[in-house]
Design a binder for this molecule. Structure first.
Ligand code: DQA
Length: 142
């Protein structure tokens, strides 16, 4: 397996960003935990975070040529706004799971709509870091 984990805008601030909502774990800790999990299963895993929509589009386009067979993505605020990131995932046709640390459905109404969920294999919201881990476990076994 070749798994790509993508993190959208402001997730570089995890650990200090609204910890009551997003938890105290840093992005580096999340990526390290996911890498260790993949390695235990003999899989390769790369992580990428960007605050820029186009950089995420470029990374998704590159993934197809790299033989990435599964994407785990937390599009963060782009969940609710980005046709461009959605279209990139549709274009490369790599299966993906959408992950949110918080339960977006018990927050503001604008967070209830996602441009990704209808294309995703599955959606995980509200389980914090465990949600990313569950998504990677699914990717490893499918
Ligand atoms: C988020 C939820 C989004 O609504 C928000 O814009 C984020 C993070 C989450 O992981 O809970 O930045 O995707």
């Amino acid at each position: 397996h070749r798994i790509l984990v993508l993190h959208g805008p402001n997730l570089n601030l995890l650990g200090t960003r609204e910890p009551g909502i997003y938890g105290a774990t840093t992005l580096a800790d999340i990526d390290a935990r996911l890498l260790a999990l993949a390695q235990q299963h003999g899989a390769s895993l790369a992580s990428f975070q960007s605050n820029h929509e186009g950089a995420l589009v470029d990374r998704i386009q590159a993934a197809a040529g790299e033989g990435v067979d599964f994407i785990v993505i937390n599009p963060a605020a782009y969940t609710h706004t980005s046709v461009a990131v959605r279209d990139a995932l549709a274009a490369v046709a790599v299966p993906f799971i959408e992950v949110h640390l918080s339960n977006v459905h018990k927050r503001e109404a604008f967070r209830h709509r996602s441009y990704f969920s209808d294309l995703a294999v599955g959606v995980i919201a509200g389980l914090g870091v465990d949600g990313y881990e569950a998504a990677v476990r699914y990717a490893l076994s499918h």
